[in-house]
Design a protein around this ligand. Structure first.
Ligand SMILES: [Zn+2]
Length: 407
């Protein structure tokens, strides 16, 4: 009997031991699970706190912006007020009077202020002003100002019409005296890119343009033979001198600061200028613009190297040029202490197409060798819009059996 009791007790003890172990294990595992849950929750809490902080700083930012906007709205109201009472016009006239020459942009601004101030009785004036500013093209903006000025004149308002508004296109609706003046101006315009002065009429005054058999530009398309020539441009930084010659923006280069060596012959860089769109076509397609680098050797032979410009990133050299556009047409402009390096307009790969051609502007003289670089450079959309000539590219010419080479 005693023996059975001992066995039973031992079994009971063993059972109790297993039970205690099982309880301890369950307890331990549970705690472990709970602590990882706790970690998760506290991480989430941290995240929520972060995003709360972010939202708070965004809110603060928005509040400052709103204050800024409110300030500009107030400023805009004040500007509108000073348009209406003529204070702004007096200020602008006084400011510009001190300057010898005014940039085209400033003339437009002045014309617009004059138009608005004199025309403030017309409630649509402010609206038309805003619309004219939305037009990106300077030429079109100028036309809007001229049209408004001329309309005010014919309505009997005594305003000073801008000299720029006396041109042929801007004359519609103006009086007879001004029409006569514009006809006199038209006689000075020998050639252009549109209408009666366009490329198809250049031959009337410049026979080579119509009769020449080696004219530029060309549509560059295969098949092509291999060129045996080598080109080595060597451009250094030079004091900036530019001119708006009525046909393009041209940068004149100081003698001795740039050259190109073709095989063993050296040609000095004389100037470079821009065409919009590109004059050359590649497989029938124009690029956004071209730069033509014009070189001359001692014998007077011309070599043009063309760099195509594709719409893309902002071009730092063009940024400098466009920021210093000449204030007046027909006069060389040398902004104080401005320096540029034309080398920065060249791609690193100088692979080219080569052909014998001509000047692409009257008198279309032949005997000019063209090297058009295959690798284009970038120009931004905004920079394209800022170029003062909407169209200044001669259409492509007949190839007349000429060979285009490439390397
Ligand atoms: Zn050119």
């Amino acid at each position: 009997m005693k023996k059975y009791l001992r066995i039973a007790l031992e079994v009971l003890l063993a059972l109790l031991l297993v039970g205690a172990c099982a309880f301890a294990y369950v307890n331990f595992a549970g705690k472990k699970a709970l602590s990882s849950d706790m970690d998760e929750v506290s991480a989430e809490l941290d995240e929520t706190k972060d995003s709360l902080d972010k939202t708070k700083s965004q809110l603060e930012e928005l509040q400052t912006k709103e204050e800024e906007l409110e300030a500009s709205a107030k400023q805009f109201d004040a500007i509108k007020q000073s348009f209406a009472n003529g204070v702004l016009l007096q200020d602008v006239e006084a400011l510009y009077k001190a300057q010898k020459t005014l940039s085209a942009e400033r003339l437009v601004a002045l014309g617009t202020v004059r138009q608005l101030t004199k025309g403030f009785e017309d409630p649509s004036a402010v609206e038309s002003f805003q619309k004219s500013l939305e037009i990106a093209e300077l030429g079109a903006r100028m036309q809007a100002v001229c049209a408004a000025q001329n309309a005010l004149v014919s309505a009997g308002k005594k305003i000073t019409v801008l000299a720029e508004c006396s041109s042929k296109e801007a004359m519609a609706g103006a009086d007879k005296d001004e029409k006569a003046k514009s006809e006199a101006n038209a006689h000075n315009v020998h050639w252009g890119y549109e209408g009666d002065n366009g490329p198809e009429h250049w031959g009337d005054n410049f026979p080579t343009c119509a009769k020449g058999k080696k004219q530029s530009p060309l549509n560059i398309a295969g098949p092509m033979d291999k060129s045996k020539d080598s080109i080595a441009p060597d451009y250094k930084q030079t004091a900036l001198k530019l001119i708006n010659n009525g046909h393009t923006i041209q940068v004149n280069v100081e003698p001795g600061t740039g050259s190109i060596t073709i095989n063993k012959e050296t040609y000095d860089l004389v100037q470079f200028h821009f065409h919009r769109p590109s004059e050359e076509q590649i497989d029938g397609k124009n690029m956004a613009m071209t730069v033509h680098f014009v070189h001359k050797n001692k014998a007077g032979k011309l070599v043009v190297m063309g760099v195509l410009l594709n719409e893309g990133k902002e071009n730092p050299v063009i940024k400098t040029l466009w920021a210093n556009l000449p204030p007046k047409e027909g006069e060389e402009y040398a902004p104080d202490k401005m320096i540029i390096n034309p080398a920065n307009l060249l791609p690193s790969n100088l692979g080219f197409y080569e052909y014998e051609g001509s000047l692409t502007t009257p008198p279309c003289t032949e005997g000019v060798t063209f090297f058009i670089l295959k690798t284009p450079m970038d120009i931004s959309k905004a920079q394209l819009a800022k170029f003062p000539f909407k169209l200044n590219a001669r259409p492509t010419q007949e190839i007349n059996g000429r060979k285009i080479l490439e390397n």
